[in-house]
Design a protein around this ligand. Structure first.
Ligand code: ZN
Length: 258
């Protein structure tokens, strides 16, 4: 059993209920390449959108050439380009970094009173169970405010991600219905993925979205699922093989995620 009484007590206390269950912990997080490779400018991968879909139906990432933010929702893969608009990705497109899971969550939790990204992640922490397992989340609802960014397609020689995000296009949406998807990763994944919460947004009409920077909710519901297995696919491209992946990059990562 991976569900511990302590987690049950903690979530029950935070939500004021007596019987809040720990999230299901039987998922597998599938990931291609590493966040440090992306930071280094390794923007071309070999996994196709079709292959990614076979690994999961919910997740996030980017596309070859750093051509926008990826949102994976209900088995569809969307590309939010640097114009902030969402397009359906085709199966032959490739990704240099993505994470997906087959999302089979527990029951929905109400998301109320969220006035910031920190508010939201605080609430999600209380429903996500032990921080030592990866956790996938999906939040559906009405959002008073969503601030997202995308990234523009890059040309070779590729600049590092921190250079690209200095001029990232940012979009604000008010009074929008939509969905947030993403993951909380344990601190020990540093270098491989993004420790903490990483969320991408797409609206109900699947027309706009991006990497979440800030949020205020009106009424929303979150579902979570923990993963007790990681499947890491590593590229064998020259770009990946020759990248310097040795140093700690926590500060650089913090800059590009905000
Ligand atoms: Zn992102």
């Amino acid at each position: 059993m991976r569900q511990h009484a302590a987690i049950l007590l903690l979530t029950a206390a935070l939500f004021g209920g007596c019987c809040v269950e720990a999230p299901p912990a039987d998922g597998t997080l599938y990931q291609t390449s590493t966040i440090n490779a992306l930071l280094e400018g390794v923007y071309d991968g070999d996994v196709t959108v079709m292959e990614l879909k076979a690994r999961g139906d919910l997740g996030l990432g980017t596309f070859n050439g750093l051509d926008g933010e990826m949102v994976v929702l209900d088995g569809e893969v969307y590309q939010v380009r640097s114009d902030g608009k969402a397009y359906l990705a085709t199966g032959d497109m490739r990704t240099p970094f993505a994470a997906v899971t087959r999302f089979r969550p527990g029951r929905a939790h109400a998301v109320v009173g969220v006035k910031s990204f920190a508010d939201l992640t605080g609430l999600l922490d209380a429903m996500a169970g032990s921080a030592n397992l990866p956790c996938a989340v999906r939040i559906d609802g009405a959002f008073d405010y969503v601030k997202v960014r995308s990234v523009p397609k890059q040309m070779r020689p590729y600049p590092k991600l921190a250079e690209v995000t200095k001029t990232q296009p940012v979009f604000e949406h008010r009074g929008v219905q939509g969905t947030l998807v993403g993951f909380r990763l344990p601190t020990y994944v540093a270098g491989v993925n993004v420790p903490g919460w990483h969320l991408h947004f797409i609206d109900d009409a699947r027309t706009v979205g991006g990497h979440l920077l800030d949020v205020r909710t009106r009424s929303a519901a979150a579902k979570v699922q923990q993963a007790s297995a990681l499947h890491l696919d590593l590229p064998t491209s020259r770009g990946f093989l020759q990248a310097d992946l040795t140093g700690p990059r926590a500060k650089e990562l913090h800059r590009v995620e905000k």
